[in-house]
Design a protein around this ligand. Sequence first.
Ligand SMILES: [Ca+2]
Ligand SMILES: [Ca+2]
Ligand SMILES: [Ca+2]
Length: 273
Amino acid sequence: MRMSVLFSFLALASGVGVAGMGNAAVLSLDVQHFSFSDYPIAGRAARDAMLGTHVLSMEDFEHQGPAREFVTGTGSDIAQQSFDTNTVGNFSMTGSQGSGGTVTNGGPLNPVTNHGVGAYLRDQNTYGRTNTTAGGSFHLDSNDVQNMAWNVALAGDRMFDRLVFNIFDAADVGSTFSILVDGITYFTSAGQRMNGEVSLVTIVFAHKVRATSILFQNTIHNDGFGIDDIAIGITPPIPVPLPAGGMLLIMSLGCLAALKRLLYAGRVQAGQV
Ligand SMILES: [Ca+2]
Ligand SMILES: [Ca+2]
Ligand SMILES: [Ca+2]
């Protein structure tokens, strides 16, 4: 069952500010929350409705394995590494590094050394962050690092105007979670959220764009979240109505034909034909 719509932003006013910065103008950002058990039916139906049929690219992380932390270097030179999906753009981490149970616990959560520095491609549930793809197992996890940045772009520099994706387990252990688009905050979580809650996010732009920057921002670290089932789409072109001149021409031709019929009828009546 759909639990609530926390935020639906018609960015008419903010759009002016965004456009003034030369960035993508957000027309609306909608967030729908589902419990993890409700998501498979109600959430997927809502996702399909928000997505429509015109999808340009999708990323469900099922073909990005193996599970791993995105870092470079060793020892004290460990640094986060940007993860380029080749489908929906790239992800990188900012802010305080992770140090919670997600990072420090051994076993299946961390089959290899985890530094809490880079995003983690995971193939199993991690404190309520888990895959949302039907029949899948992978998602991209924040790994308890504070913020995640997503530079949205399509292969071939194609244009788009719609993003649909799932965020889950945000703001359930003390953080306030926000979504920024090109530096402007369009969503902030309200109160403490449920463990494992799935938040279906839909962002619609006022016009087609080639790139945009999304920041998933937390007030603290160690309140991890995941992202999965990303889709980038474009609104199909609207059929162009005939211009006013064309309509006038059609109406004039119609009138001319009616006039000719009247004249002919008059001539028949007068015995001229
Ligand atoms: Ca997945
Ligand atoms: Ca959790
Ligand atoms: Ca969390």
